[in-house]
Design a protein around this ligand. Sequence first.
Ligand SMILES: [Zn+2]
Length: 42
Amino acid sequence: MINVIEFFRNLPKKKCSHCGHDMLEKADCYGNLCDECDHPAR
Ligand SMILES: [Zn+2]
């Protein structure tokens, strides 16, 4: 059985492809943009 916390700790940190800020974990369907760059009003 996989330990979920260990699984996430082993993942590389995602960075926004636009501004380079570290991203919180999101579903892959959001792409590689952070909340700021992915904001619909921008
Ligand atoms: Zn960004």
